[in-house]
Every structure is written in C-alpha cells, then in structure tokens.
Design a binder for this molecule. Structure first.
Ligand code: DQA
Length: 146
C-alpha cells in the first residue's frame, strides 16, 4: 500500500539550487513533511531521487511489481524530454501524479511540454514543497487500482 515518491535530476540539490524558483526546503525536508503526513493518512511513503532517467523507469516498473498504491513523480527536466517515462507510466496500472515545485507553464517555452503530464492522472504544480503534500493527499484519496 506504499506510495512511491520519485524525484528526477538535480532535485538532490534542492535548497541550494535556484532557491528563488524552487524554495529553501531540501529533499530531506520534503521527505520529512511527506512522512509526517503519511502517518496521519495511514499510508506509507518511499521517497527516492535519481539523476538517471533509467532509474526512474526502473522504479516505475518496481512500483507496479510491488503493487504500489500510487506514484508521485517529479521527473524534473526529464518531464519535458522523456518519451521513455511517458511509455513507462502508460505501461503500468499504478496511477501517477505529476508534481512540480515551480509552475513550468509560466517559465521558458521548452518547459511547456510535459510527457509525464500526458499520462499522469493529475498534476500539482507551482505550490513549492507543499505541493508534494497536496499530491500525497490526492494519492491517498484515489480509488484503489487493480
Ligand atoms: C521542476 C520543473 C522542471 O522544469 C525543472 O527542469 C526541474 C524542476 C519543478 O519541480 O519545478 O528540475 O520539475
């Protein structure tokens, strides 16, 4: 009944990285917020980060194999480039909720396309670190998938 929280490239640098865009919370801070909220919701979260596209693909497959309840996915820049992630999301039955700290639609043109968004059941963006908690609440209230 675990909810996977998968984070893509450069998100290990959160807190240091362009804080005017992404805020001051670190990935550890976000993991802590999610664990607190998960306890209240009675769900488990598994928070991971990788700079490697294939790891994200493998983890989506793993979410399916492990019967995960949902995936929160901030694929970072791979959002805008990765047909492999689009295909992986389509290949699994586990619902994927797309998350972004910033609102890519208000930024450079090259961030306006989202391959993740083409297959995600929902998108939470522009809410900073709190968006992950909003997405977790949404994931916990999704109907059970088969
Ligand atoms: C991001 C937005 C992406 O465009 C960017 O490449 C990131 C972070 C976000 O959380 O706002 O690395 O996914």
């Amino acid at each position: 009944d675990t909810i996977y929280v998968l984070n893509g490239p450069n998100l290990n640098l959160l807190g240091l990285r362009e804080p005017e865009i992404y805020g001051s919370a670190t990935m550890d801070d976000i993991a802590g917020m999610l664990e607190d909220r998960a306890r209240e919701l009675g769900v488990e979260v598994d928070v991971r980060q990788s700079n490697h596209e294939g790891h994200l693909v493998d983890w989506l497959h793993e979410a399916q194999a492990q019967g995960a309840r949902a995936v929160l996915l901030n694929a970072a820049a791979y959002t805008h480039t990765s047909i492999a992630l689009l295909d992986a999301i389509r290949a699994i039955n586990v619902p994927v909720i797309e998350v972004h700290l910033s609102d890519p639609k208000t930024r450079e043109e090259f961030r306006h396309i989202s391959f993740v968004g083409m297959a995600a059941v929902q998108t939470v963006e522009g809410l900073g670190a709190h968006g992950y908690v909003v997405a977790l609440d949404a994931a916990a209230s999704l109907p059970a998938s088969g």
